[in-house]
Ligand binder design. Sequence first.
Ligand SMILES: [Zn+2]
Length: 154
Amino acid sequence: MICPICKTDVDMLKFTTQGTMCRDCHAKVSMVAAAPHPPGELIPQFYGTPMQTPLYWRDEITGELPAAIIHYFDFCQGHCPDETAEDLGIKPLSQRELDLICSYARHFINAPCWENNLVLSELKELRERAKTLASVESIRRWNEECMDLGWDPF
Ligand SMILES: [Zn+2]
């Protein structure tokens, strides 16, 4: 049987309150679900062992975060200055989608695993800036700076 979360072929799938999945995925999903949320944030304070890596947005179990980020990609893609997302028939992001993406951006950049990185002052700067993210444009600029320094949040 193929686990719908990790796509691994397993002997048995579990039926859980969080959906059908393999035992390993259920252990992980339960730990994430039980983790506290930092004040005002939508993404739980949970980092993967052993490196304390951020959760991957595509793995979010309800599908709400992956859908929001894919909408963000569509919205940002291929815009020349005189062409808007509206021209392409792509709806603007909802407040809820923006909140989820900004919260995930902070979850990502606050991961302890980055702290042995050589660009610590840049990391601090990106963490500070992540607190102020609110619009597509601000997410986009912040994401570009992350990419320039070798981080790929999305
Ligand atoms: Zn699985």
